[in-house]
Every structure is written in structure tokens, then in C-alpha cells.
Design a protein around this ligand. Structure first.
Ligand code: SF4
Length: 369
């Protein structure tokens, strides 16, 4: 199949208010206004160069880093550049990540007026010593007001990010964080296990000791408590109210194309992945992206595996429409073996992970890719 137009846009903002001790994302803890100016100018060039390759956008996701580490005027400029360069589908989902400390009333107004209709806030934990243990600074004192401020401006699709397996965290303290999150009435909640990157500051003071039993206890705690508020797990780490799944991520897990702008951002045209340089300096100098090319059948297998991150899995007609391949021709034997192991359900028309298939999703990836 030829490369397809991009249907989603991801923008990487490589700045944070400060670096967290566990962070593995590309971002700078400090950035002076001049550097941010150069970033915005180069981003505008990148938008202009690629807008012609895009279909009307079904979704936009501004991530990072911490997008709200930009000054409100800079954020307004970024949103304006997106609106005026790309064509947006009428019901385009437009998300921005935010940090509780920089999601001020002024920033909330800028996001809402600029077109953002979904905001994802990185909380990680409501327990102060757990936040401190991973070097997460700032307070959560005004989080509830910030969310109300967004809702008053009709941005009511709100995600909170939490983490588990934090140093010093117990299933009980995780349950307290989940309950405090539910008190804020999010439409979506992400609950990620902390992974300690080898070279992070956290790795030096908290050597990683994987504990599968504890992992499953945290996992079940999230399922049980979030279900009481109607939030159902629909992907390994994501829960949503009905109709409030993150369209951007859901589409990408099912092989949709996306344009990635900004340092370290990845694009996917249906066949090839392109990743922009991981250093801001190299990206500012327009160094070429890395290309990840695969033969089409192999890429289709990868798309098959990624869709199995979601509870929905794959309807095989949709898979064929997306990739041009028949899933059972490509990986029929492996799918049948996974069904025998209890990791997926499988019929002539669809495959989907079971609870164990989501929990031990790496096993599916290994078989299917
Ligand atoms: S806010 Fe997120 S991107 Fe920024 S340093 Fe912390 S973990 Fe990394």
C-alpha cells in the first residue's frame, strides 16, 4: 500500500518546569525565552512543510515534556499556528498534557479559547511523600480549581495520570490516590507502572526489584475502584467512561497515521516511521529524522500486535481495511496458540485479549511481531 495521509498530529513540547527523577522523556528542565522562541519558529516551519501531507485531522495531541511549561502567550501562539496551518475534522479531538502547577486559570483559558477540548493532567500520586520519592515537585492545592476552570470553559474531557509501584507506595495508598482522583470526576484515567530507567536519578537511589504479585495487586485495585465510578479499563494502562476513550491513542494503537512535530517526535505514514532528532539543538538545525522501514507484512504484524494492547483488539475486516492483509493468513497459528494459552479470544472475524492477555501483553507482542 502507498503511504497514507496523516490523520493525527502529535506536537512534542520539550520543556518542563523541572526534571523529575524518573523521567525518560526528552525534555529540558530549564529553557530561556530565546530558546522557546526558536522552538516555536522551527515548529511553524515544520507545520508548513507537512500540512500538505495531512488529511483533515481527527485528533491532535500536544505532549512532552510539559506543554504548560510554555508561557500562556507562547501556548496561544502554538495553538493558533495549528489552527491556521492544518485542516481539522469537525469533531477533532484536541488534547494537551498539563502539569498541575502550571495549569493556571490563565493557561486554562488559553487552552480552551485556542481549541483544546481534552486536557490530561500528570498527577502521578496524591500522597505527598510518594510524589517526593520520584522527584515530582509542586503542589496539588489548586488542581480542583484548575479542572473547574476548564469545565466552566466547556473543556470537560479530563484525564488524570497516576502511577503505581512507586517507592514506598502500598496498594492501600494507591487506593487512596485513586479515590482522590475519582473525587475530581475525570472522564479518563491512566494508571502506569513506574519503570525505572537505568540512567535516571531514581535508579541510583532505588534499584528496581520487579514484583509480579504486587504488580497484579495494584492492577486489580485500579480495576475494582475505577469500575465503581464507571471507568472501565480499555487498554493496558487506560480507563475511560463510555465514549471517552482517548481517540488519538486508540487510533494509533490501531495503525492510524500520524504526523509528529518537535524534537524526538515520531511520524507514521502507514509504512514507515520517522523519528525527529532527540536533541533540541539537532532538531533546531533541521537534522534529518531516523527512518524505521519494515516490509509491509512485518509492519502489518506490528499493527496487529499493537491493536491487541486494547480490550477491543481487532475486528479482522477493520485490520484488512487498515493494512491490506488478512490477519489469519499472517498470524493464524500464533493467534490460535495464544487462544490455547488463555491470552486471547479468537473467532473467524475477531481477536481480543483476555484479562491475562492485557496483563501479560509482552507475550502477545513476542508471538505476533
Ligand atoms: S513532567 Fe513529565 S516530561 Fe517533565 S520531567 Fe517530569 S516526567 Fe519528565
Amino acid at each position: 500500500m502507498p503511504p497514507s495521509p496523516y490523520t493525527s498530529l502529535y506536537v512534542h513540547v520539550p520543556f518542563c518546569n523541572r526534571k523529575c527523577d524518573y523521567c525518560a522523556f526528552y525534555s529540558l528542565g530549564h529553557a530561556d525565552p530565546d530558546l522557546r522562541r526558536r522552538y516555536l519558529d522551527r515548529l511553524r516551519d515544520e507545520f508548513d512543510a507537512n500540512a500538505g501531507l495531512c488529511a483533515p485531522l481527527d485528533s491532535i495531541f500536544i505532549g512532552g515534556g510539559t506543554p504548560t511549561a510554555l508561557a500562556p502567550g507562547e501556548m496561544a501562539e502554538l495553538l493558533h499556528a495549528i489552527r491556521t496551518t492544518f485542516t481539522l475534522a469537525p469533531d477533532c479531538e484536541w488534547s494537551s498534557e498539563a502539569n498541575p502547577e502550571s495549569l493556571t486559570p490563565e493557561m486554562a483559558a488559553v487552552l480552551a479559547e485556542g481549541g483544546v477540548n481534552r486536557v490530561s493532567v500528570g498527577v502521578q500520586s496524591f500522597i505527598p511523600h510518594e510524589r517526593q520519592a520520584i522527584g515530582r515537585r509542586g503542589s496539588l492545592d489548586r488542581l480542583a480549581d484548575s479542572l473547574d476552570c476548564l469545565r466552566r470553559r466547556h473543556v470537560d474531557n479530563l484525564n488524570l495520570d497516576l502511577m503505581f509501584l512507586l517507592p514506598g507506595q502500598t496498594p492501600d495508598s494507591f487506593a487512596r490516590s485513586l479515590r482522590q482522583a475519582l473525587d475530581l470526576h475525570p472522564t479518563h484515567l491512566s494508571a502506569y507502572a513506574l519503570t525505572i530507567e537505568e540512567h535516571s536519578i531514581l535508579a541510583r537511589r532505588h534499584p528496581h526489584q520487579p514484583d509480579d504479585e504486587l504488580f497484579v495487586t495494584f492492577w486489580d485495585t485500579a480495576d475494582r475502584l475505577l469500575a465503581t465510578a464507571g471507568l472501565q479499563r480499555y487498554e493496558i494502562s487506560n480507563f475511560a467512561l463510555p465514549g471517552r476513550r482517548c481517540r488519538h491513542n486508540d487510533d494509533i494503537w490501531h495503525g492510524a497515521t500520524y504526523l509528529g512535530c518537535g524534537p524526538s517526535a515520531t511520524s507514521f505514514d502507514g509504512l514507515t516511521r520517522f523519528t525527529q532528532p532527540h536533541s533540541l539543538n539537532a532538531w533546531l538545525h533541521a537534522e534529518p529524522p531516523e527512518r524505521d522501514e519494515l516490509p509491509p507484512p512485518q509492519r502489518a504484524c506490528e499493527i496487529l500486535a499493537f491493536g491487541m494492547r486494547t480490550l477491543q483488539g481487532w475486528n479482522f475486516d477493520d485490520f484488512t481495511a487498515r493494512t491490506g492483509f488478512d490477519a489469519l493468513d499472517l498470524r493464524g497459528n500464533q493467534l490460535r496458540q495464544l487462544r490455547q494459552r488463555g491470552l486471547i479470544t479468537l473467532s473467524d472475524t475477531a481477536a481480543a485479549p483476555t484479562r491475562d492477555g492485557l496483563l501479560f501483553n509482552d507475550d502477545l507482542l513476542i508471538e505476533l511481531i
